[in-house]
Design a protein around this ligand. Structure first.
Ligand code: SAH
Length: 345
């Protein structure tokens, strides 16, 4: 596989350009073109011979959109093909406050959550920082983003993969995403979701990157959590909560818990009351969502009525909580569903 130029910081790119004997201003032109989501051969301000040399070492484009699905609610879902032929997916959601791009961080996932389609075939490989960044650059360009105005304003690391299981590339991605002169999306507009890899949660708190930390909790006791999330056998909820407290102390950022409501698993009144007790007094928010049914898994969403009931118990118990709409459910909006369908899993 050739190298991926989107992996480079501006400084690294500058060095690479100079090593080809090109003038320094070519580095700026190249960087700008890349940040506009162009493939190397599309950056027409550069001399053809230079592009030719570059594409001997670097992929012309690390990802291509091979399929787009548009939901009735406006959500768009893409299937991307990587240079090595692997496929990943991404989602673009439009809200009143801006547009959110959901990116994948790995091809597949090895965390094994029972309700998640991303994990069906295990982890194939990590994505490089440039492959993650390219998802944003591509979708931004597709929606007319330009130097003056970004089409993608927020990024969530909630596609396929466990971001903290690909720690270095993910941190590099967030740095490159927020670099000046690039697409320049602030870490404050980035949400990183983890199933709860405790050591990496502590590490992240030290990076000086004020991203929104989101933890997939999905249950209230370790034993019940372990039924759908194997990671619960490694880290206890109490350890996760301590890591969240540390994150808040270090970054001043409130943290968020994801809680997908599954019929007969985690959505009874007793779970809601226990969640109130668990989270009482914490600077956190709970995002409830009804499970997106995954046909490969025999788990079903809690009813709308019981989801509303769960929400009210939390709110009455003094917990900040919202019940999210299931955006894009008609196009396989949940993690890994589009890819799983494509691969014929
Ligand atoms: N690996 C990370 C990020 C990926 S998923 C993590 O575990 O947080 C983003 C969110 O979607 C997670 O909270 C995940 O548990 C949840 N999720 C996965 N499959 C789902 C489904 N079928 N329905 C609802 N939520 C799902």
């Amino acid at each position: 596989m050739k190298k991926i130029i989107q992996d480079l910081t501006f400084e690294q790119l500058n060095d690479a350009v100079l090593s080809y004997g090109e003038k320094p201003f070519r580095a700026k032109q190249l960087y700008t073109g890349i940040m506009q989501g162009k493939s190397l051969s599309q950056i027409s301000v550069l001399p053809k011979a230079f592009i030719q040399k570059l594409t001997e070492t670097y992929e012309d484009s690390p990802i291509e959109v091979i399929k787009t699905l548009v939901s009735s609610d406006g959500t768009e879902k893409y299937l991307f093909r990587l240079a090595d032929g692997n496929v990943i997916e991404g989602v673009f959601m439009q809200y009143s406050y801006g547009n959110t791009q959901c990116v994948s961080t790995q091809v597949g996932c090895r965390m094994g959550c029972k309700f998640c389609a991303s994990t069906l075939g295990g982890k194939i490989r990590d994505l490089s920082s440039g492959e993650i960044l390219s998802q944003v650059l591509k979708v931004n360009a597709m929606h007319g983003g330009n130097d003056g105005k970004r089409a993608v304003t927020n990024v969530v690391l909630m596609g396929s993969g466990e971001p903290l299981d690909n720690y270095n590339n993910v941190v590099q991605f967030i740095r490159n995403l927020s670099a000046e002169g690039g697409i320049n999306i602030s870490p404050r507009n980035v949400s990183l979701s983890t199933c709860g890899l405790v050591p990496e949660m502590y590490k992240l708190a030290e990076e000086g990157l004020p991203v929104n930390l989101t933890v997939s909790l999905h249950n209230v006791t370790d034993s019940e959590r372990a039924r759908t999330m194997p990671i619960a056998n490694r880290y206890k909820i109490a350890q996760i909560l301590d890591a969240c407290t540390n994150y808040f102390d270090k970054t001043g950022r409130r943290y968020i818990f994801e809680y997908s409501l599954i019929e007969g698993e985690n959505s009874d009144d007793k779970h809601a009351y226990a969640l109130c007790k668990l989270l009482a007094g914490r600077p956190c928010h709970v995002n409830l969502i009804r499970l997106n049914d995954v046909k490969e898994r025999k788990l079903a969403a809690a009813s709308e009525k019981s989801a509303q009931n769960f929400l009210h118990i939390l709110q009455n118990g003094g917990i900040s909580a919202t019940l999210r709409r299931r955006m894009g459910a008609d196009i396989g909006g949940a993690c890994g569903q589009l890819r799983a369908g494509y691969l014929g899993n």
